[in-house]
Design a protein around this ligand. Sequence first.
Ligand code: SAM
Length: 202
Amino acid sequence: MNDDYSRGPDHYAERARKEGYPARSVYKLMEMDERLGLLRPGMRVLDVGASPGSWSMYALKRVRPSGSVLALDLKPMSLASPGFRFLQADVRDFGTRELLSAEPGFDLVMSDAAPDTTGSRAVDTGRSATLARAVIEVARALLGRGGSLVVKLFQGGDERDILSEVRGLFDSTKSFRPKATRKSSFEIYCVGIGFRGPKRDD
Ligand SMILES: C[S@@+](CC[C@H](N)C(=O)[O-])C[C@H]1O[C@@H](n2cnc3c(N)ncnc32)[C@H](O)[C@@H]1O
């Protein structure tokens, strides 16, 4: 993608509207996919913090016809499609019965989950780190060997610890700031590729 903010005040929001995606954030996932080859036909994907549904819609297009997307969010989601299932739940409640009953062996756990911002960077980064840790916990339990993780994280808090936790679980790890990220945003995505193995009791 060559697009950037020089093309207009919010080129990505306009493009999302034209292409039928409910959120401009789809272009962040698209760029990571194009650069890192995250999605392929047949994959099973868990999308955390999925509402209103752009990432799920894009992932469904990439994994069809044999793949599937399980989406999770606090808020409802209106997407309905073959191969798609939605759970309204809090990722921090990893005991959520439906999530625990999900069959392990996902190929990709991706999270764009973000807390409501308060204006206090310390509070916001702390909440984002709590969410990221919950996502990593879910990924450890539900990813299959060789799977990948994408997790959003606000910079300025525990991101070094979180990146090093991810580094210990995956063959390769990168932090990524897609072009569609708003200039004022302090978010990055931490990407782990090549999950070394499912969680053991430790
Ligand atoms: C930036 S939006 C996601 C946009 C989505 N990726 C898309 O492309 O349409 C962040 C989402 O994270 C969700 N979220 C925040 N905290 C959560 C939690 N504890 N559990 C599940 N979802 C959460 C919010 O409800 C919100 O819908």
